[in-house]
Design a protein around this ligand. Structure first.
Ligand code: PBG
Length: 328
């Protein structure tokens, strides 16, 4: 019998596999999320994220320097704010002398070429643990009142040296509102990577441990998306694009590859995937038990985001993965 189609011919040696490879993964595709705390020479390990710690600003700068040397072009900073500084209006969020703003300024001045991405949402600063303002009577998360706070945060972060703002709050209209606020102050070079399709997900558990930012009451389902939906993700992506987003992100990553692919097929904007804390924790836990080869699973997982159409990946694996990829 004639068998003219033999796909195995294209897999016969490492050399031909290199030639026909459809996608690439390098350290330049990675963004490292990092957690910052007050103090000096402090490294507080996060128990549900083995290998990841909250760092004081001095150690944060060291970590950023190592990442940059490995070819990682961008870090995404998150602050662990002391409970006593949290309030219902999240006022610490736009304090120019606050921990977050100091961290941005110090990293920028130490490593001017490293891109700094910053988080725009109220939860790390809110005594309620929500991304938006909470109506004290009804418990409703107030959309338009929150936009004002997000704009204030955005301005102070941009002025501190943030290169890319990452609104992760899922309020309606925030991208346009923030873009206007930036442009009015002539901050036209500050980019926005919108968390365009962010789902209400149990995969954020370890991150909320890291920041102590879990909601005090209720859940985030009135603003983060229902994981049953994908058309809705496209609607969110269209809106953010039309409001001026520079890059569109999908979050979480691994259980949402279809969402990345769907948006990829409908936009010309660059896309990011957020390989979130729970995805990281699962791999680490299984590897610790000896049930999987952690390194190989990590690289395969990161590659899946590229295949689905993501240009860049926010991942707690950034440093480990960069090391492995650079040695190949
Ligand atoms: C909150 C925010 C969350 C993450 C990033 N920004 C958690 C949440 O929405 O509750 C999660 C990241 C991760 O799990 O790695 N604005």
């Amino acid at each position: 019998m004639l068998n003219i189609s033999r796909p195995r011919r294209n897999r016969k040696t490492p050399a031909i596999r290199n030639l026909i490879r459809e996608t690439s993964l390098t350290s330049h595709d990675l963004i490292a999320p990092l957690f910052v705390i007050e103090g000096k020479n402090l490294r507080e390990p996060i128990h549900s994220m083995p290998g990841i710690s909250r760092l004081s600003i001095d150690l944060l700068i060291q970590e950023c320097r190592e990442l940059q040397a490995l070819g990682v072009p961008c870090v995404s900073l998150f602050p662990a704010i002391e409970e006593k500084l949290k309030d219902a209006r999240a006022t610490e969020a736009y304090n120019p002398q606050g921990l977050y703003q100091r961290a941005i300024r110090e990293v920028k001045s130490a490593l001017p070429e490293l891109l700094i991405m910053t988080d725009v949402a109220l939860d790390p600063y809110s005594s309620e643990g929500h991304d938006g303002l909470v109506d004290p009577k009804s418990g409703e998360i107030l959309n338009d009142a929150t936009l004002e706070v997000l704009a204030k945060m955005s301005l102070v972060q941009a002025k501190s040296g943030s290169d890319i703002l990452g609104p992760s709050d899922m309020m309606d209209g925030r991208i346009g509102f923030i873009r206007d606020a930036l442009d009015e102050e002539n901050l036209v070079n500050t980019s926005i990577m919108s968390y365009a399709a962010k789902y209400a997900s149990a995969f954020y558990g370890p991150f909320r441990d890291a920041l102590g930012s879990a909601p005090k009451k209720g859940d985030k389902k009135t603003y983060q998306m229902d994981y049953a939906n994908v058309r809705e993700a496209l609607r969110e992506a269209y809106l953010d694009e039309s409001e001026g987003a520079d890059i569109l992100m999908v979050k979480p990553g691994l259980p949402y590859l279809d969402v990345i692919k769907t948006i990829r097929d409908n936009t010309t904007l660059p896309m990011a995937a957020y390989n979130v804390s729970g995805e990281y924790a699962m791999v680490k836990a299984a590897a610790e038990k000896g049930w999987i080869d952690g390194d190989k699973v990590m690289i395969e997982m990161l590659w899946s985001f590229k295949r689905a159409g993501s240009d860049m990946i926010l991942t707690y694996f950034a440093k480990e993965a960069a090391r492995l990829l650079n040695n190949h």
